[in-house]
Design a protein around this ligand. Structure first.
Ligand SMILES: [Zn+2]
Length: 423
């Protein structure tokens, strides 16, 4: 099996330099396969196709996909068992985050997991990975995940996955001892572990999992004296979806594993315009999800990257539906505005950890860990000025913010994007 994996990786690696027409043909071939399987083996799709009077053979091209209805997380939750193929064993499962609603338990087949491991590796090589690099995966993961298994498989790879049940001090000691070359993490983790991140000799960061802005990346690059910083796009439903190369022209989308649509009112947006990201995954036959509205927005680009890879580009992934602050007037504040504000004034010597929770439109609580008194801090005052509406902002000093709960901004208020993804 291991040799097969290696062989598959080299095949997948070569795809990034194939012409776009070749990749689209490959997508269509894989699409027809998964649609056939979905129709013949999952009760949900069998019923849906009948309802819409569509046969699998009616969907020949990527454009024909539009004949299928859109799918939301709520649809999957409401018909969960009807999405699963009984004849394929489950190789791995994962709960999607439940912060914006109910969690969804994804089930994956073995081939999908292996394919994702190869995508992970391909993305690593895209940023100039060398086998002697030490990689630290620093996030809220609770168990050894598949990419870790892939790294183990190659043996050459030196990696560390953190056990988040450890005490903060132990985690930090472990990381400092390991001194990774590459840190894969999320902005919230950096913000919450900032003082000790400064002690790392790491020169390259990969960020993902949350809204990431150019400004934020610039600030991190400066503060940590990094050589480079990259953005990756992934989700638990489908795995690795896109990654920046060294040219930073946008993120290259993994077209060989997914069909991406950027939609507004069920129509494709033009390149350069913001669209609702809809994904048809081509690799997980255990739980096929076709035209799934992931709840993110992004801007597809019609640019050729100077790195020579033909995988198309996307930029400005945003609006992950649980991160927006909704003001009493209905105005939305993007997390990036708050994160940028925070990074500019960050009272690093005063605040050790911090998270912002919007409980109601007019009520925000900022939990923080630090030696200072609430009234001595500048950040809440600036936040109040930024929001500029009648919102009560209160500070709450806590002993610790558990690693599992680290998320810079979480809002319990509904917002139009949540509705959008539930349509
Ligand atoms: Zn590129």
């Amino acid at each position: 099996m291991q040799i097969q994996n290696l062989f598959q990786f080299f095949l997948i690696k070569r795809l990034e330099h194939k012409k776009l027409e070749y990749l689209n043909k490959l997508q269509e071939k894989k699409m027809k396969r998964i649609i056939n399987y979905a129709y013949n083996n999952t009760p949900y799709y069998h019923k849906k196709f009948k309802e819409h009077k569509i046969r699998p053979q009616d969907i020949k091209t990527i454009n024909d996909l539009k004949k299928l209805p859109l799918l939301t997380k709520d649809d999957v939750l409401a018909n969960y068992n009807d999405f699963l193929r009984r004849d394929i064993p489950t190789f791995e499962t994962h709960q999607t985050s439940g912060t914006s609603g109910k969690p969804l338990c994804m089930q994956y087949e073995q081939q999908h997991v292996f394919y994702n491991q190869s995508l992970f590796l391909r993305q690593l090589f895209m940023i100039g990975y060398k086998p002697w690099w030490k990689i630290l995966y620093f996030d809220k993961i609770e168990k050894q995940s598949s990419h870790a298994a892939m790294l183990n498989f190659f043996k050459l790879f030196r990696k560390e996955i953190l056990d988040i049940s450890l005490k903060t001090g132990d985690i930090q000691a472990k990381i400092l001892k390991f001194q990774p070359t590459l840190l894969i993490t999320s902005p919230s983790m950096i913000i919450n572990f900032y003082p000790f991140c400064e002690e790392l000799k790491t020169k390259i960061f990969v960020l993902g999992g949350e809204v990431i802005t150019k400004k934020m990346m610039k600030i991190f690059k400066q503060k940590f004296s990094l050589d480079d910083i990259f953005e990756w796009y992934s989700c638990w439903e489908f795995g690795y979806m896109g990654a920046e190369c060294k040219e930073h022209s946008g993120m290259h989308l993994n077209l060989d594993a997914n069909i991406f649509e950027f939609l507004e009112n069920n129509e494709d947006v033009s390149p350069g315009e913001l669209g609702d990201i809809t994904i048809t995954n081509l690799t997980n036959f255990k739980m096929p999800l076709l035209r799934y509205k992931i709840g993110d927005l992004g801007v597809p680009l019609d640019l050729e990257c100077s790195c020579g890879r033909s995988l198309p580009l996307v930029k400005n992934i945003k609006g992950r539906n649980d991160d927006l602050i909704v003001l009493p007037s209905g105005k939305l504040v993007l997390p990036e505005e708050i994160i940028n504000l925070f990074l500019n004034v960050y009272e690093f010597d005063r605040i050790k950890q911090l998270r912002i929770i919007q409980q109601k439109k007019s009520k925000i609580i900022i939990e923080f860990v630090g030696d200072q008194e609430e009234k001595e801090l500048i950040f809440p005052k600036l936040l109040k000025a930024l929001l500029n509406e009648n919102v009560e902002i209160s500070m709450k000093k806590v002993d610790i913010i558990p690693t599992k709960k680290i998320k810079f901004i979480s809002s319990e208020v509904n917002n139009p994007f949540k509705k959008l993804s539930n349509k």
